[in-house]
Ligand binder design. Sequence first.
Ligand SMILES: [Zn+2]
Length: 298
Amino acid sequence: MIRSLVLSLAFISLLFSCNEKPSFVDFTYPEGKTKALVLSYDDGTIQDIELTELFDKHNLIGTFNLNSKYLGVTRAWPQQNGDTIYQRYAPKDSLLIIYKNHEIAAHGALHKTFTEITTEEVLEEINTDLNILEKLTNRKIVSLAYPFGNTNDSIAELIASTGIKNGRTVEDTHNFSFPNNYMIWHPTCHDSKALDYLDSYMELNKQELSVFYVWGHSWEFGNKERWDNMVKFCEEIGNTTDIWSIGHGELTNYLIAIEKVKVDEQNIINPSDNLPIWINLSNGIKKLEPGEFISLKH
Ligand SMILES: [Zn+2]
């Protein structure tokens, strides 16, 4: 009698555990989020201090693309209309203070136009940036914004060979989707248009992953109206709880990690040398650690 009870209990629990196996719905960002925000700012001028303070106030993370050879100097930039703009750049010894909570990325050592210089000069621009920025910060640099936004397929391939994982242009897409090639990554819009897209992104309710990608220059915020708009944008988007504010490099690394996860009919396997990954299963959101797997209902 007891034996048959034990057997039937074992059978029931086996049945129950089979039923418990979930099915795979989709990959998500951390905590099951499906929306992300990247704020990418170029040149590394001194106005970044005020902008990083604004981001910090609203728990937003920026990616700051620096011209490493100009750090700490004041440089004159002649304009087409005959005027000259003087730019002051962030001091070398303060990068880890100014950009403490933010990603530091490359923007070419001297801001040369990559489409107008030789292959060797492009590599020199990038490798100098990587050497200087990595030495000053002890961080691995994986993101880049093209100076003046200029690039092409062969430059993108060349830069990928240095270990950089993404390259941002200035060609606005006005949408929230991902590029086919992370090395030619067109942003959603310049920050002067960010408020125009804010409501539609906050209201977006899709299972598929997306990104609202904003770019700009902190030195443009000398214009009060533009600065006030940026403050408004940061206040509103900083108050949301369902958008992952993240550096471009970390976002790219996460997307690459998703590609490495093996999903078949029986299992989802996260390789042991991969990052933790979040997934949406039929029974809820789950974080899959490196080396962990989940058996699926089949
Ligand atoms: Zn620039």
